[in-house]
Design a protein around this ligand. Sequence first.
Ligand SMILES: [Zn+2]
Length: 415
Amino acid sequence: MIAQRNSRLIAAAAVMLLCACAPKDGRTPSAAAPPSHPLITLDSHDDIPLDFATPSVDPATANLQVNLDKMKAGGLNAGFFIVYVGQTARTDENYAKAQSEAETKFAAIHRMADELYPNRIEIAYRADDVVRIAGAGKLVAAIGIENGFVLGKNLEKLDRYYELGARYVTLAHNGNNDLAGSAQPRPELGDPADATLGVTPLGAEAIARMNRLGIMVDISHGSKQTALDAMRLSAAPVIASHSGIAGVSAHARNLDDETLRALRDNGGVVQVVAFDAYLKHQADEQIAALRALRERVGLTAGGPDGLPPDRRADYDRGLREIQAEWPPATVKDFVDHIDYAVKLIGVDHVGISSDFGGGGGVTGWNDATETGNVTAELRARGYSDENIGKIWSGNLLRVWRAVETTAAQLKAATH
Ligand SMILES: [Zn+2]
């Protein structure tokens, strides 16, 4: 609490400084900006249910891992709210359904920020907006798209989604799509079993268009080849919006050392994810028990936040039983992944994500109210305030600004 109160005081002081020096047109503040900013905590991956910001799911109070009350209570300043669509067979009908679900989620995020709670949360369209909004004492919503499947084969959709606020696109999810290969292909959808597909020619065009628009390219969920291709193809640094570290725990979703070094050389950032299955090796019996539980409650993808109350209670009960037998990962396990990545590629290329609402959460950081535990663990391991600031938001904002600069340069070059 004391830390929170202090950071609020520092934030208030910084607002005065920022108001004195930040240009109003949203450009990067000049070199005269103060060298150290108050801590901004930014979680780069928070999923929302399809009925978010409707009478049944109030963004301030609903039983979600992230809601406005919990963000405020836990000192989580900013979150990327995610327009996620699951991968299905690539048919015109399914493209249309994915696009309709994406529109529903965009509309929900805008309803939350623009209509329901404009005094509490505001959408950031530029990296500097995050600093400005947080400095004014409000919560920040940024928007990311998870799964390039929402484009189908129509890259003009990128322009539409940019207008709606999307500032990163995860190229693929579970299962290959028209843009890229997944780290976890889906043979039942016709994918080859091995995760060798990289970025497709259409995916390369999509990356070029994202570079021109100012949308960050996200390699999380992509195959290793997708990650390496994306870094080679993108004119701007890329992000891994929510990934674990294979050097600590081998999992198809985690990034190996070669990919992490490429990410460093690319100027990008890995937002280490607090997702139990990626952080800590799971026994085969544990995986089977979790799968059986998901099937029992009808959970096909993502986390339980979207379940109706009766099935949610059933899920929570089943999960408690499984966790009694196999304790889930903790904040210490999570920060072990951060430590490893920092030692391998440096503190300028590592960030934080929860995947709340999408299956994320560990003991000690299981919803936004517990955000301070992550900061405390970093501090306990000797990270300086400056480096904690980089990890919590500075690095991601640096990449976001670089993506904005590249877009401006590409636009200028074509005019
Ligand atoms: Zn995900």
